[in-house]
Write a protein that binds this ligand. Structure first.
Ligand SMILES: [Zn+2]
Length: 248
């Protein structure tokens, strides 16, 4: 592979030796990659310090041989998201965002829209007063872009259109009609406002989506539904998620 250059969000960082680090990056142009950045002549390369979780950098990298790790030869800082790091509530949300992105992606699966989503969500987290709606918006859009979209337009069990009562089934991953209620005893009622919010998030672009207004009960239900859905379908133990649960 030739030498490549791309913007990237840092997902994980692990010290290897005194002067080198192993990092996982979500790049704008190549998807998720893992690579090693070495220090220079025994002195730690200063740009290694930019490779902190959720930092936005421009990286230069190449692969020495097939199947091996990438070598990251250069890293220039674009945004350190200082405002997020100095506020605990925002910090734990940002750490959860990158952990969720890591959980839904495979190495070298390229998805430019996922890069845009994490970047826009970090920018929103930086400027908006309340991180909670940003989290639900980020989760819904992540699920859609990574192929885990909750189905709310028809009964996910039998395919019927939803005309009468419907419940939300975490197990099936969407709405089920009244004829299918007995197929999932844990399915539960869902507010119209929660469904409308999910649709609004799906349809809205980044210019308008952050203006979503939800009542407290809709906000709470949407958050619980997404939490259950992600635990069931993606990962039961996203560790950073527990830090959010401790503060809200
Ligand atoms: Zn049905």
């Amino acid at each position: 592979m030739s030498i490549e250059k791309s913007q990237a969000i840092v997902l994980k960082r692990q010290k290897l030796r005194e002067t080198s680090v192993l990092v996982t990056l979500y790049t704008k142009d190549f998807g998720k990659i893992s690579g090693v950045m070495k220090g220079v002549r025994g002195i730690q390369n200063k740009s290694v310090n930019f490779l902190e979780p959720f930092t936005l950098c421009e990286v230069v990298f190449y692969k020495k041989k097939r199947g091996g790790l990438y070598t990251i030869s250069q890293c220039d800082l674009i945004d350190y998201f200082f405002e997020i790091r100095t506020d605990y509530e925002r910090l734990v949300h940002a750490l959860y965002f990158i952990d969720l992105l890591d959980a839904v992606t495979q190495i070298e699966d390229n998805n430019n829209e996922l890069f845009e989503l994490i970047y826009e969500s970090l920018k929103a987290l930086k400027v908006l007063k309340r991180p909670a709606p940003v989290k639900s918006i980020y989760e819904v859009k992540t699920l859609i872009l990574s192929g885990f979209k909750p189905r709310i337009d028809f009964c996910i069990s039998c395919g019927s259109s939803i005309e009468q009562k419907a419940k939300f089934s975490t197990k099936f991953g969407g709405l089920i009609c009244y004829k299918c209620f007995n197929k999932d005893s844990l399915s539960h009622d869902i507010f119209k406002g929660t469904l409308a919010s999910m649709l609004h998030i799906e349809k809205s672009n980044f210019d308008s989506v952050w203006r979503l207004n939800m009542t407290n009960r809709v906000k709470g239900q949407l958050s619980r539904i997404l939490d259950d859905f992600i635990k069931f379908h993606i990962d039961k133990n996203i560790r950073s998620r527990t830090f959010i649960d401790m503060i809200v």
